[in-house]
Write a protein that binds this ligand. Structure first.
Ligand SMILES: C[S@@+](CC[C@H](N)C(=O)[O-])C[C@H]1O[C@@H](n2cnc3c(N)ncnc32)[C@H](O)[C@@H]1O
Length: 295
């Protein structure tokens, strides 16, 4: 059994511009929420909300919404709470609560359940799609984005290094703790099988990173968390592992004239519950249809 990785919000936020863009691309494809057309305040859950900066963007689009960010990491929740919790300008509110997305179920009807760059950490998350989408109001949406670049050098090299004789005893499996995604086509089929209207797509972002060893700096915020957690307290081992991984990354991602290109593939899904079919007119003969003023 692995212990949960310790997250570092400051390290994670060092690349927040690149990390936020897929969230904005996801947000742009989410249809208007039923609450807005019905004049209600939308109810929104953000699973694996992290430091809360993208959760707060939901309040920009839906200023009346009641939004809850859920996360496993006390470090991330503390950061989110400190910077974003409270009432929003439109009269809605944002709050943050601890929860394991692997066991989270909707506690009330939701207009939107969203997750950005988190479900890759949640084994079997597709098994939760039925219960999550049953928790949506008619016309409500489940939307998520997951990284899909686990065969790229950044992640493949990490997995391989953890399995070398020097590291295997302490780190086996830790380089692939976050690999729990399906292919785009499988997500589409699973969600369509539930009777949802589905939009699934992939994007490869050609990210241009700056500075020394920028890919190492990127993964220190995410994929390296389990390794850093497992080696926690052993400074020599951390330094040795990072030096070996850094050398591999330098060869795989040499800096160019404009910076270091770090391609990053992501899969997106937006699945909307259909509106309930219109009710059939009453067949009670005593209740005649309205025949207008002359009827
Ligand atoms: C890469 S960060 C993404 C944070 C945020 N959604 C964003 O887009 O910036 C992944 C987050 O997922 C959280 N996470 C990982 N496993 C989780 C689980 N089983 N339940 C809830 N949160 C989880 C981590 O604590 C971390 O905050």
């Amino acid at each position: 059994m692995y212990s949960a990785p310790i997250w570092d919000p400051q390290q994670y936020l060092r690349h927040s511009t690149h990390r936020t863009r897929p969230f904005l691309d996801l947000l742009a494809r989410i249809p208007e929420l039923p609450a807005v057309t019905e004049g209600r305040s939308p109810r929104i859950a953000d699973l694996g909300c992290g430091p809360g900066n993208v959760t707060a963007l939901l309040a920009d689009r839906w200023p009346h919404a009641r939004i809850t960010g859920y996360d496993l990491s006390p470090e991330m929740l503390e950061q989110a709470e400190k910077h974003y919790a409270g009432t929003t300008e439109g009269g809605g509110w944002l709050d943050f609560r601890p929860a394991d997305a692997a066991h989270w179920t909707p506690d009330e009807p939701y207009d939107l359940i969203i997750s950005n760059a988190a479900l890759q950490w949640v084994p079997n998350h597709p098994e939760s799609f039925p219960v999550w989408t049953q928790g949506l109001v008619p016309g409500g949406t489940l939307a998520f984005q997951v990284p899909a670049n686990f065969t790229s050098p950044s992640h493949a090299l990490l997995g391989e290094l953890c399995e070398t004789p020097q590291w295997r005893a302490r780190l086996t499996g830790h380089g692939r703790r976050f690999v729990h995604i399906l292919d785009a086509a499988d997500y589409l089929t699973r969600l369509a099988d539930l009777g949802l209207t589905v939009d699934v797509w992939e994007t490869v972002y050609s990210q241009l990173l700056q500075g020394e060893d920028p890919v190492l700096d990127w993964v220190k915020g995410t994929a390296l968390r389990p390794v850093l957690t497992a080696l926690d307290g052993d400074r020599e081992a951390v330094a040795a592992f990072l030096a070996q991984y850094r050398d591999l990354l330098r060869k795989a991602y040499p800096p160019g004239a404009h910076g270091t290109v770090f391609p990053f593939r992501r899969v997106f899904a937006v699945a909307t519950r259909r509106q309930e079919p219109a009710r059939e007119p009453s067949r009670d003969p005593s209740r005649r249809p309205n025949q207008g003023p002359t009827g």
